[in-house]
Write a protein that binds this ligand. Structure first.
Ligand code: NAP
Length: 344
């Protein structure tokens, strides 16, 4: 799309994950002709997951990718327009807001829905920058099949780590979950499934310190550290003795949570929490401190982070934006026309 800079859209939605899509369906049905920006991870986190078992209305479960594709189709059928582009700069001091995109275009909009989601967190182990994509991965569903017959590590103790580990059992000979303390964060059902699987072992109070290998050979091994009180890398940094072990593995998968995608909001008047999450106003609203800017999905939700809650806040953001746009229209209709002096 080659955007003429004088076009002012009613609503631009940043993000095409489940929150952005839900906002798009509601905004498009309200005839707001939303533009939906698809960034570097189109479709968001659900495209990287296998079956979603807890989305209402799918008793047999539904594939994450399928849910997203169907949501996009639904939004397009009501008139939402999808545009590829990452927001690099947002100017939100005055309306219309201006969004500078990675492709050089500038979008102008009266209302903005931020549904830019969250991206996989990295651990900070030595060599991870070099080997990410060469045997280190944040997505088992994407890269698991490359590890047929390997012994692999999964880092983390939450639902993502359990899900990754269970998925990897289809390919790997053994899967070792490496968790930094002695209790999982994962839900009971997921923890039990991992615990019961014969190919999965859990290493408690252990962390990944260093990854061995090269871009030519891939991952060949790792250095793990452990301490009976947990958090061994912190202990190591503060001068405590920790146990070290070298292990031979062919792949390492990170399942250590996500960080919100709010870099483009850092120099704007939108308020961000210390965690980087977009702050919405108190109470049941998606409105932010900047009038006309609304937040939806994982970018504003550090707590629930479910597909169904993201869809919920997406629809709320579109309804909040619609109501606010209506108020703006009423206010401008009520503004008296400037008096024109009669010509003699
Ligand atoms: P999470 O719940 O935040 O868990 C992250 C895990 O990684 C925690 O165990 C944490 O350890 C560990 N961790 C964080 N930083 C680390 C580091 N630098 N080094 C080592 N370990 C580190 O994230 P999540 O598992 O991605 O889940 C996010 C949300 O999505 C949750 O609400 C979850 O229920 C949901 N989810 C659901 C499903 C499903 O139901 N199928 C699947 C995936 C996700 P600590 O425990 O010590 O903090």
């Amino acid at each position: 799309m080659n955007e003429a800079t004088d076009t002012v859209h009613d609503v631009v939605i940043v993000g095409s994950g489940v929150a952005g899509l839900s906002a798009a369906v509601y905004a498009a049905r309200a005839d707001l002709e939303p533009i939906v920006l698809e960034g570097p991870e189109p479709g968001g986190q659900l495209t990287l997951t296998t079956d979603v078992e807890n989305f209402l209305g799918f008793p047999e479960g539904v594939g994450g990718m399928e849910l997203i594709q169907r949501g996009k189709e639904q939004a397009e059928s009501f008139g939402a327009e999808f545009v590829h582009g990452t927001v690099e700069e947002a100017t939100l001091e005055d309306r219309p807001f201006e969004l500078g995109l990675s492709n050089g275009d500038t979008l102008r909009t009266t209302a903005l829905i931020v549904a830019s989601g969250a991206s996989a967190r990295w651990v900070g182990a030595e060599n991870e920058d070099e080997l990410m994509g060469y045997g280190v991965s944040t997505c088992a569903t994407c890269d698991g099949a490359f590890h047929r017959g390997d012994d692999v590590l999964v880092i983390g103790g939450g639902d993502s780590a359990m899900e990754e580990a269970l998925f990897l059992t289809k390919f790997a000979d053994s899967v070792t979950i490496v968790h930094r303390r002695d209790e999982l964060r994962a839900s009971e059902v997921m923890a039990q499934r991992a615990h019961d699987h014969e190919k999965i072992e859990i290493r408690w109070n252990t962390e990944l310190l260093e990854i061995h290998g090269s871009q030519d050979d891939g991952v060949t091994g790792a250095t793990l550290v452990s301490h009976p009180d947990g958090y061994p890398t912190e202990k190591l940094e503060s001068g405590h003795e920790v146990d070290r072990e070298e292990v031979d593995v062919g792949g390492i998968f990170y399942g250590v949570g996500h960080v919100p995608n709010t870099d483009f909001l850092e120099d704007t008047p939108v308020e961000l929490a210390d965690s980087g999450h977009l702050e919405t106003l108190e109470g049941m609203t998606t409105a932010t401190a900047v009038e006309g800017v609304f937040g939806a999905g994982d970018v504003m939700d550090p707590d629930y982070r479910q597909a169904i809650t993201s869809a919920g806040t997406g629809s709320m953001a579109a309804l909040d934006a619609e109501e606010w746009l209506d108020e703006q229209a009423l206010e401008s209709d009520a503004t008296p026309a400037p008096e024109i002096e009669a010509n003699d």
